[in-house]
Design a protein around this ligand. Structure first.
Ligand code: FES
Length: 283
């Protein structure tokens, strides 16, 4: 048994959501950009493909190091049979060090998914730049298995060096209403009262400014921000990814939580109530 497998078993005792966490040695089938500079790795990973859920991620060990930790976060993009497609952060250099045919060490699935409320029929997903990628699998899951109406917004931060080409529409099912927000539009304009009133649930993946604007827009349109109504991604560096280093600790209304074990999707109410200046945790 490897050290990573022993660690996974110990953690599963402490955190029930980790009972499916396992080490997988998988063959890399494709290494290309999904769009712009967003790298996509496609693996033959039958067991992992069966277990992973939209919103979860996998930790990929860099084969150029001997360190079993300090792995790279790769988000679920798509499952097609035994083929597992994962997206790396824009500019992640791991894709430059691996080639099709390589066997890579994957640890996963990691993290909890953002669960949709059963009664929610209209789902609004908002992603910024390349951080929209984890929302693609969620959008398709909400549409296909749960038969919900889905609107996916893509916003660019316009920060120097951070701007990415928008996710191309052809990567999405035509039933998903996809809107690329012009860079001239402000967040209050984008998150108008009609859109917020339409949504039964919101999931956002981006930066502090976006999350604050979503909270404000919900309060303006619906007077109150209810628990479970807005989930946000805490996309933090996860050096160990298995709940042992505490580098990804997040203050919440229920005490400190770990993004790798308890998240990375959090109820925005829990974060906002607890934290002042929490924006240091998100890009
Ligand atoms: S990354 Fe180490 S505890 Fe979360």
């Amino acid at each position: 048994m490897t050290r990573a497998e022993i660690t996974a078993i110990l953690i599963a005792d402490q955190f029930p959501s980790y009972r499916t966490l396992k080490q997988h040695i998988c063959k890399l089938l494709e290494n290309r950009n999904l769009w712009d500079h967003v790298p996509l790795l496609v693996f033959e990973a039958p067991e992992l493909a069966r277990m992973i859920q939209p919103g979860q991620f996998v930790l990929v060990r860099d084969p150029s190091t001997f360190d079993p930790y300090l792995r790279q976060t790769a988000w679920l993009y798509r499952v097609e049979g035994d083929r597992l497609s994962l997206v790396l952060s824009s500019g992640n250099s791991l894709s430059g060090r691996v080639s099709p045919g390589h066997l890579l060490d994957l640890l996963g699935p990691v993290g909890r998914t953002a669960e949709f409320v059963k009664s929610a029929r209209h789902v609004l997903l908002i992603g910024e730049d390349e951080q929209i990628a984890p929302l693609v699998a969620m959008a398709h899951a909400a549409l296909e298995s749960l038969e919900r109406s889905v609107v996916l917004l893509n916003r660019s931060r316009q920060a120097a060096g951070a701007e990415t080409e928008p996710l191309p529409a052809y990567l999405l099912s035509p039933e998903i209403e996809y809107r690329v927000v012009p860079t001239t539009q402000s967040l209050p304009e984008i998150l108008g009262p009609d859109l917020i009133a339409w949504a039964d649930q919101i999931v956002a993946s981006g930066g502090a400014e976006l999350y604050a604007a979503v909270g404000q827009a919900v309060r303006t349109a619906r007077f109150r921000l209810e628990p479970g109504w807005v989930h946000v991604l805490m996309d933090l560096p996860m050096p160990c990814g298995v709940g042992t280093c505490y580098a990804c600790a997040v203050g919440t209304a229920h005490g400190p939580k770990l993004a790798c074990v308890d998240g990375p999707w959090f109820d925005w109410v829990d974060l906002e109530r607890q934290n002042r200046g929490w924006s240091r945790w998100v890009r």
